[in-house]
Design a protein around this ligand. Structure first.
Ligand code: SAM
Ligand code: SF4
Length: 462
């Protein structure tokens, strides 16, 4: 395969694309018209440094989110399965050279205990995370996924298991596909090859191209639901945004469907962190880059994790984030320990997280702010892949499927897990949203389904 990331090309765009007021407005309008942006157009937004234009970009992203996705926010939780690792990534607490890190791999019993604890808070969607180690081969990962799906606690069940794991060959991707994973997620970390070589100091991960082409092999194996990402802080954020857009374009050109999600973790404090601070991304730049990504790839889900503080998450969510984690605990075995998340043991974890709220605290806040928290897994269960694209391009899809399904998963949560106060607030929101449905026949069908849920039925969706 021809390498699709060309640093010269990306810098060419960044160095020569002017960001006049007219051009910036044209590009925002193109995006609001539901068109993905080209690399040149993305560079226009990146090069806009006038505060007034930056504000227009942020407002554009906010409008696009409201227009396309409405007020839904999908919730999930990460579950770390094992922190053995043969690589030496400068930024990561799991790096092989870190001798103070306590190495743990969850056995089946431990894994089941974590899943039960997660289900007991109301979680329905997990992402399993693994270090890169011969022990975590495709079979091990597939077995972990199957175990997670098999665990039921009361009304609780996990309905979608995504994974974040090292790149594999096509045969191994087939093995994990058979376990019915949702999304396969892998971050390139940096699209800049020289920086990549500097920060990946040992192990298989040193191979830039093997990682860059991982999702093409996944595609070949039939895994068409994939997530990409860059670790912000390793290299110039403007270059990484262009890299993410180029990766997306590559996917669309070759497979006719873009990645399902884009993640944009910022480097956080970690055990034995060893990187230079030159490219650290400020909060203002971070907000800008999320708004630019929203406009550049209008129908790709954007994930913002608990690496960021509650206040930053609240601020940035409005610019187009579609998924957040809640009740996050990244200590190996941490969910079943029921200890206060405040005191993270950094020598047992990959990095510092900054949003320690419980799932219910987050649910409660989202409801208060009129977001609709969603645990919906309908598209995945019904084989409707490319759901973000459908949300975007099929008229009425959100009204007919996404919003009602989000409300039904919210009702399940309110019935099974919410304390009284959240329950009252939650049902007020559900009622408000029901009142806004114009089609009376459809509203009646949805009200009936919600009644069924209240009477104990579960897992209903359109
Ligand atoms: N071992 C797998 C791999 O390298 O692809 C799993 C990755 S790791 C468990 C998940 C992601 O966390 C990494 O891809 C990286 O982007 C991110 N990460 C690593 N160290 C981090 C840090 N100090 N702060 C924030 N994110 C970090
Ligand atoms: Fe290992 Fe992944 Fe951490 Fe690198 S980022 S040290 S591969 S767990």
């Amino acid at each position: 395969m021809k390498p699709f990331i060309d640093a010269g090309e990306i810098w060419g765009y960044l160095n020569t694309t002017p960001a006049t007021k007219e051009r910036v407005r044209e590009v925002i309008a193109k995006s609001l018209d539901k068109n993905r942006l080209t690399l040149e157009e993305t560079a226009v937004l990146i090069n806009a440094t006038d505060p007034e234009l930056i504000e227009e970009i942020k407002q554009g992203a906010r409008r696009l989110k409201e227009k396309v996705y409405g007020q839904r926010i999908v919730l999930f939780a990460p579950l770390y399965v094992g922190n053995l690792c043969t690589n030496n990534c400068a930024y990561c607490g799991f790096k092989a050279s870190n001798k103070v890190l306590k190495r743990v791999t969850l056995g089946e019993e431990d894994l089941v205990a974590q899943v039960k604890a997660l289900e007991d808070t109301g979680q329905k969607r997990l992402i399993l995370v693994f270090g890169e180690h011969p022990k975590y081969d495709a079979k091990f990962i597939a077995d972990s996924v199957r175990t997670v799906y098999s665990v039921k606690s009361g009304p609780g069940e996990i309905r979608r298991v995504n994974i974040n794991a090292a790149p594999m060959d096509i045969d191994d991707f087939r093995i994990i596909k058979d376990s019915k994973i949702g999304t396969y997620q892998i971050f390139q970390e940096t699209y800049h090859e020289d920086t990549y070589a500097k920060v990946h100091m040992g192990g298989q991960k040193r191979n830039y191209e093997w990682r860059l082409t991982a999702l093409d092999r996944a595609q070949e194996a039939g895994i068409d639901d994939v997530g990409i990402g860059a670790l912000f802080g390793l290299y110039d954020w403007r270059f990484e945004v262009m890299g993410l857009v180029r990766h997306t374009n590559h996917f669309e050109a070759v497979y006719n469907v873009g990645p399902h999600t884009i993640s944009f973790p910022r480097i956080q404090y970690a055990s034995q962190l060893n990187i230079d601070q030159t490219h650290m991304v400020s909060d203002a730049e971070f907000t800008r880059l999320v708004a630019i990504l929203r406009l550049a790839v209008p129908y790709t889900g954007l994930i913002l994790t608990a690496r960021e503080s509650a206040s930053i998450r609240d601020e940035i969510m409005q610019f187009g984030v579609s998924q957040i984690d809640g009740g996050t605990n990244i200590e190996l075995g941490g969910y079943s320990k029921k200890k206060d998340n405040e005191d993270q043991d950094i020598d047992l974890e990959q990095f510092q997280i900054n949003d320690n709220r419980t799932l219910n605290e987050i649910m409660d806040e989202l409801i208060s702010k009129k977001y609709i928290p969603s645990f919906c897994t309908a598209c995945y269960r019904l084989g409707r892949t490319g759901e973000h694209f459908m949300e975007f391009s099929v008229p009425g899809f959100i009204k007919r499927y996404c919003q009602p399904n989000a409300l039904m998963t919210l009702v399940e949560y309110l019935e099974d897990y919410a304390p009284a106060e959240t329950k009252t607030k939650g049902y007020q929101l559900v009622q408000e949203k029901l009142d806004q449905i114009e089609d009376a026949t459809f509203r009646k069908t949805l009200v009936e389904k919600i009644e069924e849920l209240k009477n104990g039925k579960r897992d209903l969706y359109f």
